[in-house]
Design a binder for this molecule. Structure first.
Ligand SMILES: CC(=O)N[C@H]1[C@@H](OP(=O)(O)O)O[C@H](CO)[C@@H](O)[C@@H]1O
Ligand SMILES: [Mg+2]
Length: 550
């Protein structure tokens, strides 16, 4: 790096000392911790984002300040790569090392070495471009400022602050700008694209099968999703949607939102007796997760949960139906469809998807793994049970589809092509997006004329239980086979298997969490009592092998 660059780094880095005695990690979803200790991380990851842009030939890179479904006092920093996907895993060790560099000199040395190794020019000759966004957390503003200072300390870097946006909106903007350099890819463009493609799907519903499906109530986790869904509601003149928990009164993610509803299997705050039987949905704090539910009876907040696995099944079914209208065995080109899940997917969902004739693949937990796998297909559909997921379409498939859409003579086939095209425009192909996912669910339910109960009947979830175990060192557990088998410490897998085979339809696995200091235990069996018992026995086993007493 040249002298001017070195002195610019030195001056700005001295204003952002790292927190003492704390080690930070770029985990499953970027850095995430108490907001009060993130200033230096935001600054340093600002630098990283600018370097990433330089490395990718000046492509637009995203930097999002959010801690998703965590409590309001937390915050986080994560980076979006040129395709709108998560930062490449190769750069995570560099992110860790600069976040933890003890002083400006060691920080500059790390940057210098890394830039040399990666062949990144640090002499101001090339421009870097960064899009910045944040969720509604009060700490967001000052962290955005810190990130801006980091970005601007790389000479020639340009930063564009998009303000308060959902995480998927920022990823979408990054992807769209890089795909089409002329595209403005503003928030308005996002709303235009999703509302136009949603309307297109509704207009393509065969009139004879059209039935109204009634009101929808959406819990917005008191986060950013509330104000954005309001924009869509107005744009679509969508009268049958009621938006709750918009953050005007309640606290972000406190007993509200998709994570709370999915993990605790209860209705969020602000929902009750009058909502029994109504189709309800929950977004998380930064609107990248979505689940549906219905309240079962008045007087308690028990719900029927319609989770990410069921959203995945609905999408897969619709796509398969449209593809089978469009192609037959004589077709030269047979698009490859892949469905990607993790071990947390309910066994009944996997069985259903296989019964549909679809190829189901498993990856380790974490969107980056699922997304990467889904990219290998013409149509790759992925979801985590917690409601994060999307559909990816290959360029080759989209070219073929565009041609079919315009040249197809048969109206039924032409309409199927138009529907798939609209899905590719509506769904956010950068990351899971609760708002575009919600519109796709709504369009498909209307297309099918299905109630939420009918949808939920696609298959019956196997009873399951998830528990967490605190251990001395969770990294002592090493897994393989998409986290379903424990390799280390020796002996534990044999003991888990011996317990699991005692339960009809039993399935159980353990893995260290990537976001919390715990080991997670997941168990499934034919009854709830059996699933609970299996989970609790295996949790005891984990404690015996790894607990604090050894
Ligand atoms: C069981 C579970 O829900 N795990 C979540 C959770 O990861 P853990 O590594 O299990 O802590 O947070 C990740 C990031 O949000 C999400 O991708 C993942 O699905
Ligand atoms: Mg989230």
């Amino acid at each position: 790096m040249d002298e001017q660059q070195r002195s610019t780094f030195l001056q700005s880095a001295s204003r952002f000392p790292p927190p003492k005695g704390i080690k930070l990690y770029y985990g499953t979803a970027g850095f995430r911790t108490d907001a009060s200790i993130l200033q230096s991380t935001a600054f340093r990851i600002g630098i990283l984002a600018a370097l990433r842009s330089l490395k990718t030939g000046g492509a637009v890179i995203g930097l999002m300040i959010t801690a998703s479904h965590n409590k309001v006092s937390d915050n986080g920093v994560k980076v979006a790569d040129p395709g709108g996907e998560m930062l490449t895993q190769d750069w995570e060790p560099f992110a860790d090392s600069i976040a933890n560099a003890p002083d400006p000199d060691s920080l500059i040395q790390l940057i210098d070495e890394f830039a040399k190794k990666e062949g990144i020019p640090l002499n101001g000759t090339q421009a870097a471009a960064i899009l910045l966004g944040r969720d509604t957390r009060p700490s967001g503003e000052s962290l955005v400022e810190a990130a801006k200072q980091g970005i601007c300390s790389v000479i020639g870097a340009i930063v564009n602050d998009m303000g308060v946006v959902t995480t998927p909106q920022l990823h979408w903007m990054v992807r769209t700008r890089n795909k089409d350099l002329k595209a403005s890819a503003s928030e308005l463009d996002y709303f235009d694209q999703v509302s136009t493609s949603f309307r297109c799907l509704i207009d393509l519903i065969p009139k004879k099968s059209y039935h109204g499906i009634g009101k929808l109530i959406v819990d917005c986790a008191n986060g950013v999703g509330g104000e954005k869904l309001q924009v869509l509601k107005e744009k679509l003149n969508w009268l049958d949607v009621e938006i709750r928990n918009t953050g005007k009164q309640g606290i972000l993610n406190e007993q509200v939102g998709a994570d709370y509803v999915q993990k605790d299997k209860v209705a969020p705050q602000g929902f009750g007796g009058p909502d029994v039987g109504v189709r309800c949905a929950s977004l998380d704090g930064d609107a990248d997760r979505l689940v549906y539910f219905t309240i079962i009876t008045k007087g308690n907040n028990q719900i029927n949960l319609v989770d990410g696995d069921k959203i995945l099944s609905l999408f897969a079914l619709f796509i398969k139906d449209q593809l089978s209208i469009l192609t037959d065995d004589t077709c030269e080109y047979q698009p490859r469809v892949g469905v990607v899940q993790t071990a947390y997917a309910n066994g009944a969902s996997t069985k259903y998807l296989k019964y549909l004739g679809l190829q189901v693949i498993f990856t380790p937990t974490g969107v980056k793994y699922l997304h990467e796998k889904a990219q290998e297909y013409d149509i790759g559909i992925y979801f985590e049970a917690n409601g994060h997921g999307t559909i990816l379409f290959s360029d080759h498939f989209l070219c073929w589809l565009e041609d079919r859409k315009s040249t197809e003579k048969c109206l039924e086939k032409k309409n199927a092509a138009k529907r798939l095209w609209a899905v590719s425009k509506l769904i956010n192909q950068a990351v899971g997006d609760a708002l575009s996912g919600l519109l796709l669910v709504e369009a498909i339910l209307q297309h099918m004329g299905w109630s939420v109960d009918k949808w939920n009947e696609l298959y019956h979830d196997l009873p399951s239980r998830q528990v967490k175990v605190k251990v001395a060192d969770r990294t002592a557990i090493v897994t393989t086979n998409a986290e379903t088998i424990v390799q280390k410490p020796p002996g534990i897998q044999e003991a888990i298997t011996a317990l699991t085979v005692k339960y009809p339809q039993g399935r159980c696995f353990v893995r260290p969490s990537g976001t919390e200091d715990v080991v997670r235990v997941y168990a499934e069996a034919s009854t709830q009592e059996a699933a609970d018992e299996l989970a609790s026995c295996v949790a005891k086993l984990v404690d015996q092998f790894l607990g604090f007493h050894i």
